[in-house]
Structure formats: structure tokens, C-alpha cells
Design a protein around this ligand. Sequence first.
Ligand code: FES
Length: 286
Amino acid sequence: MRLASAELVDSREILPGQWLQAYHAPDLAVGSRAGQFVHVRTGDFSGLVLRRPFSLNTTDPATGIVTLHFRVVGRGTEWFTRLRPGDAIDLLGPLGRPFEVDPRSQHLLLIAGGLGIAGVRMLADEAIRAGRQVTLLFGAASARDVYPSSLLPDEVEYVVATDDGSLGHHGFVTELVTGYEAWADQAFACGPTPMLAALAQLVAGRRDRLGVAKLGRKRGGGKTVAAGSPAARRKSFLQVSMEQNMGCAVGACLGCVVMTTSGTPQRVCREGPVFAYDEIAWEGGW
Ligand code: FES
């Protein structure tokens, strides 16, 4: 974790109320991994002194550019939209634990709901650089909220679902998953908790027939690993990035705790935000 100064390079509204900003932050662009996030200090101190957590949307070690994708939800995030190229902010990060990809996985299924795209977007870049195939399933309320395909690498297969049927599949993005589960070696999701709970329910009970579990059986992957460890997450068919309100983002305030199936509360900012789907106690969501 580092405190880094970042200079705004580009800022634009890519969807209604959603902004994509590019910062020159070479200290963060190197060494950060998909699934991690930064805590950004707002310059609006009118009672809003808390930093804001943003997923690392993309990082480019060659240029030192880091992009952040966020929704304006109040004065703190609105302040960022008034920044101009050349303005500087400070970022604390990278924070949290990243997604873990099994080295044998060749086919990655990414599933995003709304702004959850920011949580998995960087994984697409990492996977393509490593020669893997990526399909991204994206769900939104309607066509006006659909993430622009022009912001994705050409190599990504992009499949859209909208609640009102105005673009792509008419229905929830979770309804698309069964069409890809035989193809996918692993799946990685970020979005609203009900979406993640629905995915977890879909996968539960079929874990031995899905993706990386099949690979593990073939190659003698029966070794037990500690629950909650990076190795356990790497073996999981489905990893989820939890969206949770955060205060300190460094493990001190306990404001971001989720309950796990082991009965142990876990901090999303420190032990997460990425978890294996079966680590989380999805209360009422199964
Ligand atoms: S946000 Fe404070 S412990 Fe996670």
C-alpha cells in the first residue's frame, strides 16, 4: 500500500452519471492487480473528509496511467467531476486482495452488473495479456446504461442483458450464465449483492462439475487448502468482488464487515473485496 500523487489526464462522462477518469500515477500502475481498489481523497471538505473507495478500472505500467470508473452519488464524488487535466489528487493503494486465476484456466467468464464492471474490467486486460479467452456478461437496467463496447479490448466477447429488453437479452444477466458454464474454467463477478447471491446459488451444488474443479480432478488437484486463502480462491469456480460501504478502507473501523460461512466476520477492505462464492453467508439470498 502506497500514498501516491496522481495527476488527472482525462475525464469524461461515459454513461448518465458515470465517469471515467485517467490519472498519471506510475507508482500505482505498477504492481496493482485486478480486483484491488484505491482510496481517494476528496478535496471537498464541507463535512466530507472521508476518502472514497474506487475499483482500479485499468492500469498501464508502460504509461503509468490508472483509470477509475465511478458513479456520482453525492458531493464527494461530484467534486471529482469538476477536476480538470493537470489537477492532482492523492490515492492510497493498492488496497484489498485481488482475483486469483488458476494457471490452468484458459476460459474466463466475467459477470458484471452496472457499475460492477469497474470491479472486473482490469481482469479482462490481465487475462488477454496472458493469452486467455474472455467473455464478459454485462447486465443493466436499459440500453442507456450499457457499458460502451468501445472501452473493452477487441478480444473480449461481450454479451449484454437489459432488464427492459432494450438491448441484448431481455432479463437478468444471471440468466445468461448457464450458457457459458460448460465453456468457462472460472467465473469472476462484481455487482449488486442480490446478483452475486443468485450466481452463488447457481453454482452451489454443481461445484464438482464446473470449470477449474474439473481441471483439478484431472490433474490430481485434491489437496486441501485453507479456506479463505488465495490458494482456495484460485481453485474456486466463482469468485465475487463484494460492493460494500467503506469508512477507513484499511481494516480499522469494521464498517465493511460481511459474515462468512465459517462464522467469522471478514472485512471487505482487508480480507476482500474478492472472496470465493462459498465463503460468503448469503443471508436470504440462496
Ligand atoms: S472500511 Fe474500515 S474496516 Fe473496512
